[in-house]
Design a protein around this ligand. Structure first.
Ligand SMILES: [Cu+2]
Length: 129
């Protein structure tokens, strides 16, 4: 019986380690995550998004209404933060390396956005009270 418990502990630790590793690495491949059935992208509670390696990091965030979100481009390539659905969401100019763009979300909702230059780059901001 003790052997079974020990084996379970090892498995749990392995799963935790795997999740931790996958969490820090998964951002490199946002398109694969969005189609994976078992891998829901869990929104991060932050108001700061880094644009790096042609992806928004974290891609999915959640904030309270009235919070200002800032995106900062760490790629040498230019990117934009452009809302998809015309909900008066973020609409940046092209951001060069090191440049930031901020947008304050004053209405509840889920805002999908992308980069107009690289349309495969996507993210969401969920705004709730
Ligand atoms: Cu881009």
């Amino acid at each position: 019986m003790k052997k079974i418990v020990a084996a379970l502990v090892v498995i749990v630790i392995a799963v935790i380690a795997w999740l931790a590793f996958g969490g820090s690495n998964g951002s490199n491949n946002g398109t694969a995550n969005s189609s994976g059935s078992g891998q829901n992208r869990q929104p991060a509670a932050t108001n700061s998004v880094t644009i790096q390696n042609f992806s928004f990091n974290p891609a999915d965030i959640k904030i309270k209404k009235g919070i200002k979100v800032t995106w900062t481009n760490r790629d040498s390539t230019g990117h934009t933060v452009t809302e998809n659905d015309g909900q008066n969401g973020p609409a940046s100019q092209i951001l060069g390396n090191g440049q930031s763009y901020s947008f304050t979300f004053n209405q509840d909702g889920t805002y999908h956005y992308h980069c107009t230059i690289h349309t495969e780059m996507t993210g969401t901001v969920t705004v709730a009270d």
